[in-house]
Ligand binder design. Structure first.
Ligand SMILES: N[C@@H](CCC(=O)N[C@@H](CS)C(=O)NCC(=O)O)C(=O)O
Length: 215
């Protein structure tokens, strides 16, 4: 059986959880507490060299870190992955965009803002918020003339980009001005077997609350 090393408040982990649910794939979950240092042990580094989650462990013991690699592996050959190479390339394009422009900006701003770490980091926060807006502007432009990111069908590109786009509010960005993104988020949420079990950061993630995996 597939085993997912997971953290409930992580939107990177949410991508893996969403894909497994959308495709109805049975799996076990191992809940990791990042803020108790559980991902920083030598033992966990043999599962994830960067000490990060999500990680999917395959039935033959192969370890697969990186959310988008997990999503692409799980969805390979399924209805969530287009068959034509040209469309698959567009899926990869949006997943690289997600990791390069959306996740680092929305993810960091959300984390600092929701865990009491933004004070003293005003300039950095400003950079992350403006980076988030630039990524959302690009997404809005693309979605203003289509229903889904690639072709005319829901795909793993939508799953991957949804994860951080839908929590832009946590990073201090009002999505109300992004009409195409707002309509697209609703389309994603309407898919059969869609789940979004992301939770806010728990109290032990707050600055000064204990051992933290983050600075
Ligand atoms: N590029 C990676 C990023 C994974 C990542 O940053 N995971 C965070 C949770 S969202 C983590 O495990 N952080 C622990 C740490 O930095 O110590 C992916 O997409 O999976």
């Amino acid at each position: 059986m597939l085993v997912l090393y997971d953290y409930v408040a992580s939107a990177n982990c949410l991508k893996a959880r969403m894909t497994l649910s959308l495709l109805g794939i049975e799996h076990e979950r191992v809940a990791m507490n990042l803020f108790a240092g559980e991902t920083l042990t030598e033992a966990f580094r043999t599962t994830s060299p960067s000490g990060r989650v999500p990680v999917l462990v395959l039935p033959d013991g192969t370890k697969l870190p990186e959310s988008n690699a997990i999503v692409l592996f799980v969805a390979d050959g399924s209805e969530l992955m287009p068959q034509r190479l040209e469309e698959r390339a567009q899926v990869w394009r949006w997943m690289f965009f997600e990791q390069n422009q959306l996740e680092p900006n929305v993810g960091m701003a959300r984390f600092w803002r929701m865990t009491g770490r933004s004070e003293g980091r005003e300039a950095l926060m400003e950079m992350r918020v403006s980076g988030s807006r630039a990524a959302l502007d690009a997404l809005e432009l693309h979605l203003s003339s289509r229903t889904f990111l690639v072709g005319d069908r829901f795909s793993v590109a939508d799953v991957s980009v949804y994860a951080y786009a839908h929590i832009a509010g946590d990073a201090g960005i009002d999505l109300a001005g992004y009409r195409a993104i707002t309509a697209w988020l609703k389309q994603v949420e309407r898919q059969p077997n869609f789940v979004n079990d992301l939770v806010p950061y728990p109290d032990d993630a707050r600055l000064g609350a204990g051992v933290s995996a983050y600075s």
